[in-house]
Design a protein around this ligand. Sequence first.
Ligand code: CMP
Length: 140
Amino acid sequence: AIERTLSIIKPDAVAKNAIGQIVSRFEAAGLKIAAARLVQLSRAEAEQFYAVHSARPFFKDLVEFMISGPVFAQVLEGEGAILKNRDLMGATDPKKADKGTIRADFADSIDANAVHGSDAAETAAVEIAFFFPSLNVYAR
Ligand code: CMP
């Protein structure tokens, strides 16, 4: 089915000037950009976005990292977009990510791991709404 998913290019990859290289991989895989914007998250926004991880030991570092600079948020649309994006990203820990994945090529650590992608249809809907009012998402 045609799906939408939220992708975030994290502060580490934005700082490396890798936005274009990463977006190129999405486009080459047949995903379409249905919305996009560069955004500096506030601490409260980052805490809200990652609320599901609030009890985890890495939560504080995760929030600090996500507000360390602007992120590039996009809605990716296409056939099986959620799984396709996760395959392109590779494992959360870049040491475990398959060769040729975004995290294998651009991530430095499990914290500075270049990208985030929604993990399921329900979370995708919530995460897309967090960054983009529906009138700013365009069917592709
Ligand atoms: P992301 O997909 O954005 O979701 C939560 C983030 O927490 C994850 O990517 C990692 O960057 C970060 N993180 C740090 N430590 C861990 C861990 N042990 N397990 C999962 N995520 C972690």
